[in-house]
Design a protein around this ligand. Structure first.
Ligand code: ZN
Length: 94
């Protein structure tokens, strides 16, 4: 028996990059999966439900942005900053 879900299906895209690690300079290879679920609540900015190709377009953009970022080994990756290091908002008066 085969159950097919039409409304909640996952659309995914795999990204891979390899090259020199930005920290240690050794060869590194990373793979990442980009995905979204196609469902009635996942909508475009105009309110229409995203089609698989709408989602795929967004995933391609997401992947391309990831590809542009520097490459790190998982262990070399700088820790994510989630702290009080907030920059002052600098107002410039003319
Ligand atoms: Zn490294």
């Amino acid at each position: 028996m085969c159950i097919t879900s039409y409304t909640f299906s996952e659309v995914s895209l795999r990204g891979e990059k390899s090259g020199k690690c930005a920290v240690c300079g050794k060869h590194a290879k990373r793979a990442e999966k980009f995905w979204q679920t196609q469902n009635p609540y996942n909508k475009n900015s105009d309110g229409s439900v995203k089609s698989r190709s709408d989602i795929m377009k967004e995933l391609v953009i997401e992947r391309d942005e990831w590809l542009k970022k520097p490459l790190y080994h998982q262990k070399c990756e700088p820790p994510r900053v989630s702290d009080d290091d907030e920059e002052f908002e600098e107002e410039v008066y003319h």
